[in-house]
Ligand binder design. Structure first.
Ligand code: ATP
Length: 234
């Protein structure tokens, strides 16, 4: 479904990604693991078109997407729920969700999609008229996730969705991600909670200093010394 091949991305002269390749099949949950500054967010931003790779290629559903503007990529069914949520804080919950349905493919059926999002996140329905900035951190994360579903994505990329949340809410975020996969949505997940991530994902890639250094099924990676020492504290 997604094929990233030998991607190199720079910030001015500083190279942040080095020959990064990654594949995701339909209905998989694939995790991207790495320390702070490893390049995880840079990779997601490169896939979603916010950054342009200097070389390499990115295909989504068999079509080249590197070089396309982000709104075209969303329109094709690839949704990015960024780090830090990036909500429209002075707009209501309902308006934030509607903003997520702007791709032409999603706009017509937005009422139906909205009902589905409200089913997944009943709290958002209760707070539909409330300004986003008045929500708690956990509620804001649910809103960011709900908004990411409004363009009717086939693949969702989540950048640290449980960051800063209380343990109960972390659990809820992981449950939502699993339920999205059950609805047929493919997932690329960056998470600091490595143990739980490796429990719900099918496969994972480990990124260090802008390079993929390990990849495999989560079962295999849980046995790797590098993963045990660097990410599981064993
Ligand atoms: P974190 O978990 O802290 O978000 P990350 O794995 O997502 O880390 P990136 O944010 O992708 O890492 O950063 C990768 C490298 O690119 C780092 O060396 C970082 O300093 C650099 N970098 C990130 N954003 C910029 C930017 N806007 N301008 C210049 N360098 C940047």
């Amino acid at each position: 479904m997604l094929k990233v091949s030998k991607v190199n991305t720079f910030y001015d002269k500083a190279q942040a990604l080095w020959d990064v390749s990654l594949n995701i099949d339909e209905a998989e949950i694939v995790a991207l693991i790495g320390a702070n500054g490893a390049g995880k967010t840079t990779l997601l931003n490169t896939i979603s078109g916010l950054l342009r790779p200097a070389s390499g290629s990115i295909e989504f559903m068999g079509q080249r997407i590197d070089g396309l503007p982000p709104h075209n990529i969303v329109d094709m069914g690839l949704s990015h729920i960024p780090e830090g949520r990036r909500l429209f804080t002075d707009m209501s919950v309902h308006e934030n969700l509607e903003m997520g349905a702007y791709p032409s493919r999603a706009w017509k059926g937005r009422q139906e999609t909205l009902e589905r999002v409200y089913q997944s996140f009943p709290m958002l329905k209760e707070r539909a008229g409330q300004l986003a900035r008045t929500l708690s951190g956990g509620e804001q994360q649910m809103l960011a996730m709900g908004r990411g579903l409004m363009p009717k994505p086939k693949l969702c990329m989540f950048d640290e969705p449980s960051f800063g949340l209380a343990p109960m809410l972390v659990l809820e975020v992981f449950q939502v991600i699993q339920s999205l996969r059950e609805q047929g949505i493919t997932i690329l997940l960056i998470e600091q909670n490595v143990r739980r991530t490796l429990e719900i994902a099918d496969r994972a890639y480990v990124l260090e200093n802008g390079r993929i250094v390990l990849e495999g099924s989560c079962k295999q990676l849980l046995q790797e010394d590098l993963v045990k020492k660097a990410y599981l504290g064993l």
